[in-house]
Ligand binder design. Sequence first.
Ligand SMILES: Nc1ncnc2c1ncn2[C@@H]1O[C@H](COP(=O)(O)OP(=O)(O)OP(=O)(O)O)[C@@H](O)[C@H]1O
Ligand SMILES: [Mg+2]
Length: 266
Amino acid sequence: MLELTDVTKEYKVGGQVVRALDGVSLRIEPGQFTAIVGPSGSGKSTLLHLLGALDSPGTGSIRFQGAEIGGLDDDRQSEFRRHRVGFIFQFFNLLPTLSAWENVAIPKLLDGTGLRKAKPRALELLDLVGLADRAEHRPAELSGGQMQRVAVARALIMDPPLILADEPTGNLDSKTGASILELLGDITRQGNSVVMVTHDMGAVRYCDRLVTLRDGKIRSNERVEHTDNGEIRTMPVELTESMTDNAAADSETAGADSETAGAVRP
Ligand SMILES: Nc1ncnc2c1ncn2[C@@H]1O[C@H](COP(=O)(O)OP(=O)(O)OP(=O)(O)O)[C@@H](O)[C@H]1O
Ligand SMILES: [Mg+2]
């Protein structure tokens, strides 16, 4: 669904050039829940911004459902964002003077849908995130976790195939964070893709891909597998993809593969 090829992004500030992304190639499939992890400054948010066409790459290509989005002009970029992408940011970005349902409805209203049509859908989504009884509350009258759930509902109202989340659980207690992650997992099971930047390795158990960035480069790209005893285990994607490519791979090769599989994480 999304394919990045050799994407580079540099920022120039004063005389200094920062290479925030350096030759990133990555595929994201429909229904995939991808976690992006890595140290501060490794390029995670930059990558998310490029995936959502909030910014353009310096060089390289970003294709979404086969069409190049890397070099779109401003109008086409915002068109792409409005119809294809739902954003969930760490600090919610809710409008303080609007109620919960109005915040959820905003993308539809901006797209020209009338209030009478937008409201029932907004209420439905608030119900989905467990906030049916908070529809008339303003953001200041909600808890942090509730605000984040409003932001999730707002990200879903255009039914976008791609949801991008930057630290969606960063400000939440672990129980509320888990409910947001479960919700995002449900969304991927309906075929939408979620790409989530996180510092929380515990969040990775909800994902099926784990991409680690370091200094603007992909350090590892792993499939997340769940073991019978409730732990997770990661395995490099190249390995599993080459295994599918060679369905007839003999058991000797399979044995070698399992030895190079990533560590079991609690
Ligand atoms: N708008 C900008 N102008 C100049 N430099 C930037 C800009 N945005 C990011 N950078 C630089 O690019 C690098 C990558 O930044 P990015 O925000 O992608 O990191 P990150 O992995 O999201 O970090 P964090 O975990 O702290 O959020 C950093 O060195 C940062 O200083
Ligand atoms: Mg960041």
